[in-house]
Design a protein around this ligand. Structure first.
Ligand SMILES: [Fe+2]
Length: 454
């Protein structure tokens, strides 16, 4: 008996020692994971029609300088950083809309990064009747640095080059949005370098990026240090006061980015209170919303399962979807589930998949062309939901959610083309094939009308 007590005491001490080591060591490890030393970027943040934030990191400290101008041979404007640092961040203001600028970054003496490849194009003016052709790229859960990530990226670049918007427009995309989980496994600064900044280096120097906060990004504390997001409506919309959630406008499109990982999802919470105001204020032609956790999925996550991701998928569906549909959201894009799934034009499905009925589908189209009666955002006029979570990894799942009949266990990403009253979307797999597509046209007689839920 005495021997047993001694063994138990010793075991207890060992467990206690482990707990103490973990309690002290874990925060230290998380803190250390916040560091990355070396060159990074440049990358473009918070693009608007008259400003952009340029960020980059250098191995050594200096006060950063950006030289820029419309003529690549004559960069006649200059902006200096006030402080000496390795993590450089300079906002260029007073720019002209829809204009291509060339730039160099460095310490002012030696432009460490320069060349004809370094340019950006400012957003066009925000106008609900804009006639600009807008093309943007959407990836999801693309943070594994691997061959699939490279293939998906190159497949998009190849497809875009073969399918230019018009003979006069640039073959690149105007900007890039992700549906979250940007650096696996834990969103450390080193993982962001390997899984995000290195593989997309040549895209990031020209293409403004809006990465969404996923659960893997939230495992460390670097996401909001690495990226700069609007808090004061710097790129349009209503000021959110938080980098976690915000909105921005591009031509005739209003984008809303939600944080379904770290923010309060209560209807009366800060994020959804802001969302209500933002949705009421917009007068754009199109409304597109991003949420990492999908309301409908039967992929590598299950939106019927209360235990899945702390119930966030269900809360998104119950608390957020009614608000979005009431406001007239056209498209909701999510990630988290590592495959591709898409709905028809639908609304009013806020419960488990067993409650889904055919009457919730507002339009089912054989050729995937959907028509809406109103020319602008219109309450409860049907929404397309898509899960894009396979841009670097494909997982398994039944793919049988009744609301998501178009489902593929394939790696890929999406290209969206929006011009005036027409939106076209393409899911491009890692071989460059379009494996799903849909189109929404607004202002069509006989198109889907506003109809709320009973
Ligand atoms: Fe996720």
């Amino acid at each position: 008996m005495a021997l047993l007590l001694r063994i138990l005491k010793r075991l207890g001490l060992i467990i206690l020692a482990f707990l103490v080591i973990y309690a002290v060591g874990r925060p230290i490890q998380i803190w250390l994971d916040g560091f990355y030393t070396g060159d990074r970027g440049p990358y473009l943040q918070m693009m608007s029609s008259d400003a952009v934030t340029l960020r980059w990191q250098s191995e050594y400290k200096f006060a950063g300088v950006v030289k820029y101008g419309i003529n690549p041979e004559q960069l006649n404007k200059i902006q200096r950083e006030p402080d000496i640092t390795e993590e450089h961040e300079i906002r260029l203001t007073g720019l002209k809309p829809a204009t291509k600028y060339f730039y160099r970054v460095g310490d002012g003496e030696n432009d460490s990064i320069k060349g004809i490849d370094f340019w950006f194009k400012t957003s066009p003016q925000i106008k609900s009747n804009s006639d600009k052709a807008v093309r943007f790229w959407v990836t999801g859960d693309q943070g594994y640095p691997n061959i699939i990530q490279d293939q998906v990226r190159d497949a998009m670049l190849g497809w875009v080059n073969q399918n230019p918007r018009s003979t006069n427009s640039s073959p690149t995309v105007d900007f890039w949005l992700t549906t979250g989980d940007n650096a696996y496994r834990s969103g450390t600064n080193e993982q962001f370098q390997a899984g995000f900044f290195e593989p997309y280096k040549s895209i990031l120097r020209n293409t403004p990026v809006w990465p969404i906060y996923g659960n893997h990004d939230a495992r460390r504390w670097v996401f909001f240090d690495i990226f700069t997001f609007p808090t004061k409506a710097e790129s349009g919309g209503v000021a959110s006061g938080s980098e976690h959630y915000y909105s921005f406008d591009y031509a005739n499109i209003h984008f809303v980015v939600l944080d379904t990982e770290g923010s309060d999802l209560d209807v009366d919470g800060e994020m959804l209170s802001w969302l209500k105001k933002d949705l009421q204020a917009t007068r754009q032609q199109w409304l597109i919303v991003f949420s990492h956790h999908p309301p409908y999925t039967k992929g590598s996550h299950n939106s019927d399962n209360k235990g899945d991701s702390g119930g966030r998928l269900i809360t998104v569906r119950e608390n957020i979807l009614p608000m979005l549909e009431e406001a007239g959201v056209d498209v909701v894009l999510s990630g988290h589930s590592h495959m591709y799934e898409r709905s028809d034009l639908m609304n009013c499905h806020y419960d488990n998949s067993s409650t889904f009925t055919a009457s919730m589908v507002r339009e089912k189209s054989k050729n995937n062309k959907y028509k809406k009666k109103e020319n602008y955002i219109s309450s409860n006029s049907g929404t397309i939901y898509a899960v894009i979570g396979s841009s670097s990894k494909v997982d398994h799942g039944p793919l049988d959610h009744p609301a998501m009949p178009y489902a593929l266990q394939e790696a890929g990403s999406m290209i969206f083309d929006v011009k005036q009253n027409q939106l076209k979307a393409y899911f491009i797999n890692k071989s460059g094939q379009v494996k799903d597509r849909f189109e929404i046209i607004k202002g069509v007689k006989g198109g889907v009308e506003s109809k709320g839920c009973n």
